[in-house]
Unconditional design. Structure first.
Length: 238
């Protein structure tokens, strides 16, 4: 009899333990997975890069009048039709084998919609000073995304890049508490000696077009207003 009572007692204790465990599992709140959005600036920059649809690469040896062979930075080789881009005058800076290019294409990556020759874009670009025209001012576009001002006292260029087929320039204006200003420009002309672009995102009344010539060293002139080589010729005749 005692053995039977002990068995019943053990069974009852086991039942209570199981019931308590079941009750705890039902009533306790289950842990929830919380997704924390990281607003770090690096993620923002990555998002900006992700929205840049420009393809970067080199002009290949199989490029012809109407077909571009693009050797992309990702290691791909694309053969792209340039027929419509030629007709729309959306090839800026010409093409030469080995030149570094920024290219916009259709969704199928079968056709070029815009080409910017980055080698042609590099250099010193100047215009007459808008204030009095006595000096030349402008922008120096350097490799590695570096930009500099040329003889300018009210604006200081810092960086440049191509973003979605547009020219993006970061600058600091005098009197602006050193706040950086980023502007997008649509390239209108890019030749061996000419660069022109206009502002984007402003009304027509606020649109501004910049027209530059490639900087060239001017011949030196002596005190009599003659070129030095001409002066030497005159001296030899004496």
């Amino acid at each position: 009899m005692k053995k039977l009572r002990d068995m019943k007692k053990s069974a009852f204790v086991g039942f209570v333990i199981v019931a308590l465990m079941a009750l705890g599992s039902c009533g306790a709140p289950r842990p929830q997975h919380v997704v924390v959005e990281d607003s770090d600036s690096t993620d923002v920059e990555q998002d900006m890069v992700a929205r840049d649809h420009t393809i970067y690469g080199l002009c290949g040896t199989s490029t012809t009048m109407n077909t571009l062979e693009l050797l992309t930075d990702n290691g791909d080789t694309l053969m792209l039709s340039m027929t419509n881009a030629h007709e729309a005058r959306q090839i800026f800076g010409g093409l030469a084998v080995g030149d570094r290019l920024a290219v916009m294409t259709n969704q199928k990556r079968s056709e070029v919609t815009e080409i910017i020759n980055l080698n042609s874009l590099l250099g010193d670009w100047v215009m007459p000073d808008p204030i009095d025209g006595s000096e030349e001012v402008g922008i120096r576009i350097k490799e590695g995304g570096v930009a500099e001002s040329i003889e300018m006292t009210n604006i200081y260029y810092r960086t440049w890049k191509i973003f979605d087929g547009k020219l993006e320039i970061l600058s600091v204006r005098e009197g602006g508490a050193d706040e950086e200003e980023t502007n997008l420009y649509e390239i209108l002309i890019l030749g061996s000696d000419t660069l022109a672009y206009k502002t984007i995102g402003k009304s027509r009344d606020e649109e501004e077009t910049f027209e530059y010539n490639r900087w060239k060293e001017k011949p030196k002139v002596d005190l009599r207003g003659l070129k030095l080589e001409d002066h030497n010729d005159e001296f030899m005749k004496m």
